[in-house]
Design a protein around this ligand. Structure first.
Ligand code: PMV
Length: 327
């Protein structure tokens, strides 16, 4: 018997960086999913096959034994090991597991691949071992895994992967989920340059320490943009949404988190007719997100390709985590 869990990736539409301090972030689930197939083993190993990401190996307790790929990958895979073990503890089951990870979410570019894999893993194990885990429980167990690699992440990534849809997240306030009809697809432009969220957040913190008044002014403006952006999204006001995305990109660039590659893709998208384009996530590499009317989508994708990025057309996905039996 094997069970497949799947969960969506995400893209941040507004509020990256400012959300670390105050104000909301608006996060969208995308129709690119991570899939994890779980089955029981007769020994006590947690065996992880992530061969389409280039690695595989197994955990005995907390110790990672690589089979393919470098040993340091174990640091990232530790999230799955911890999420898997916490899930079994919660269910009161002791078992070894084979976890086959097949994700269509590019890794380390801000699209929420690690949280989606953790959420899919917990859900697959829950269904495999007969536990009736609620979405809240799946989300919380996946967060246990995320903490191992990211310290104390906001929780936005595991929430969006669990519930799907549109999420407003604000520190100290929590999460609110929205659904909107008729949002056109977005085009993501992937620079394929991996970056560290921790380093980019640290750079902004240092800039703020040197320039508190100016940087706080930018952070406040970003918080307002996020709020107005959500209203524009809910009201399907695409021209306004585009303007707000463009302004937000300028402010993120002012905080020093853009890069020549990201700027190139942003400007190429706008020239090709996008209503708005901005970097998304931590910046310094990773991705941009562009909004365009449907007849312009192809031009925007070509422009991103000419700017040496990889375009990815995505729809907002209202389908959160789910499982199915695979024999
Ligand atoms: O690129 P990502 O998905 O890691 O997004 C980071 C978002 C930040 O606001 C920069 C950091 C955070 O923890 O909110």
């Amino acid at each position: 018997m094997a069970v497949e869990g799947s969960a969506p990736g995400k893209v941040i539409l507004f509020g990256e960086h400012s959300v670390v301090y105050r104000g909301p972030a608006i996060v969208l689930a995308i129709d690119r999913r991570a899939r994890v197939v779980a089955e029981e083993r007769s020994d006590d190993r947690i065996y992880i096959d992530a061969l389409n990401l280039g690695f595989s190996g197994y955990f005995v307790g907390d110790a990672y034994h690589p089979e393919q790929g470098e040993a340091w990958r174990g640091k990232r895979l530790a999230a799955l090991n911890v999420a898997a073990r916490r899930t079994m503890e919660r269910l009161g089951v002791e078992s070894g597991l084979n976890l086959k990870v097949r994700s269509r979410i590019p890794i380390a570019v801000g699209l929420g691949s690690s949280a989606a894999i953790s959420v899919a893993t917990v859900a697959a194990i829950g269904a495999l071992l007969g536990g009736n885990l609620s979405k809240d429980e799946i989300c919380a167990l996946a967060y246990e895994g995320e903490k191992v690699i990211h310290g104390t992440p906001s929780g936005a990534d595991n929430n969006i992967s669990t519930y799907g849809g549109i999420l407003r997240y604000e520190r100290g306030v929590g999460f609110e989920r929205f659904e909107v009809e008729r949002i056109p697809p977005f085009v993501i432009g992937n620079s394929r340059r991996k970056r560290s969220t921790k380093m980019m957040v640290g750079n902004v913190r240092a800039l703020r320490e040197r320039n508190p008044v100016t940087v706080d002014g930018i952070i406040d403006a970003m918080g307002r943009l996020s709020q107005e952006g959500l209203a524009a999204l809910l009201g399907s006001d695409l021209p306004l949404l585009g303007d707000l995305m463009n302004i937000n990109h300028g402010l993120l660039a002012a905080l020093g988190v853009s890069s020549p590659e990201l700027d190139l893709m942003v400007h190429a998208s706008r020239r090709a007719g996008a209503l708005g384009a901005k970097l998304t996530g931590a910046g310094g590499g990773g991705c941009i997100i562009a909004l365009a009317e449907t007849p312009r989508l192809k031009q925007v994708e070509s422009a991103i390709r000419r700017a040496r990025g990889t375009p990815l057309r995505v729809n907002v996905s209202y389908e959160g985590v789910k499982t199915r039996s695979v024999g």
